[in-house]
Design a binder for this molecule. Structure first.
Ligand code: SAH
Length: 243
């Protein structure tokens, strides 16, 4: 039966790919993905045929992958981080519907929240919410509501897609919503280019984060009311008792 694997490749470096993801890419005939992700993995799988598509052509990319699978090729569709977190896994299932002529296997990966979190210290040791600031597919009002609810619930918050060319002030707006519930000194962190060239992590306050110039390869961490800096690391205590 035709088969497609939807593979999360982790943040970027080979060491942070799961063994299962490596095995999947070794087993496939072709690798399909956004060119940045294909560039990250292709040196480790030199004999594989690769097909790239530009960003924002997600539906085309998935259709291309499904067509190749229908032609009888063993396809791996790669996504950064985890394929099911703002990735292509759901879209593949949606496009296939009840068509069971293609077997789908989703292979999990290390998402930016966890790969970035460990660069900062241990910011996610208690409950946290993951929110994307991209309003391409979600109305901004709903994003604001989710930010408000997460901050009201004293969740740690991880922000994906904090910035794009058209959305310059979204991080600032997000911080303003959190500032309604949390003080400006709240411990925050940013990690850029996790596992890629130019990787950098920085700890700052919520008011500093408000003015931070994030790019599209940045993941943002907003601590909860108990998050502290310990030994230069961003740490959210596991319990809320004083230790
Ligand atoms: N499926 C991916 C998320 C894709 S959404 C995952 O599970 O990680 C794209 C957003 O993810 C980026 O805007 C950024 O906020 C975050 N991101 C993904 N990879 C990253 C990396 N290597 N370094 C920093 N942030 C990253």
């Amino acid at each position: 039966m035709a088969k497609i694997r939807v593979v999360g490749i982790g943040p970027g470096d080979y060491e942070e790919m799961t063994v299962k993801a490596v095995n999947a890419l070794n087993a496939c005939d072709v690798i399909v993905g956004y060119h940045v992700y294909v560039d990250l993995v292709k040196e480790h799988f030199p004999d594989k045929e690769c097909f790239t598509t530009p960003m924002r052509r997600e539906v085309d990319r998935c259709k291309m992958a499904l067509d190749m699978a229908r032609e009888g090729r063993d396809v791996a569709m790669i996504c950064s981080g985890d394929a099911g977190i703002y990735g292509m896994a759901g879209l593949i299932y949606e496009l296939l519907g009840e068509d069971d002529s293609i077997e789908v296997e989703v292979i999990g990966g290390l998402t930016a929240a966890t790969s970035g979190g460990c660069r900062l210290g241990a910011p996610l040791t208690h409950d946290f919410a993951v929110i994307s600031l991209s309003d391409l597919l979600t109305p901004w009002e709903l994003i604001e509501k989710r930010l408000d609810c997460a901050a009201a619930g004293n969740f740690g918050i991880v922000l994906y897609n904090p910035r794009s060319i058209k959305r310059r002030d979204y991080l600032q707006r997000a911080c303003d919503i959190v500032l309604k519930h949390q003080p400006p000194e709240t411990v925050c962190g940013v990690v850029r280019n996790i596992g890629r060239e130019g990787e950098a992590a920085e700890i700052m306050t919520l008011s500093e984060l408000r003015d931070y110039d994030a790019d599209m390869f940045t993941t943002v961490f907003i601590g909860n009311a108990f998050t502290r800096v310990i030994g230069g690391r961003m740490v959210t205590p596991r319990g809320y008792k004083d230790v």
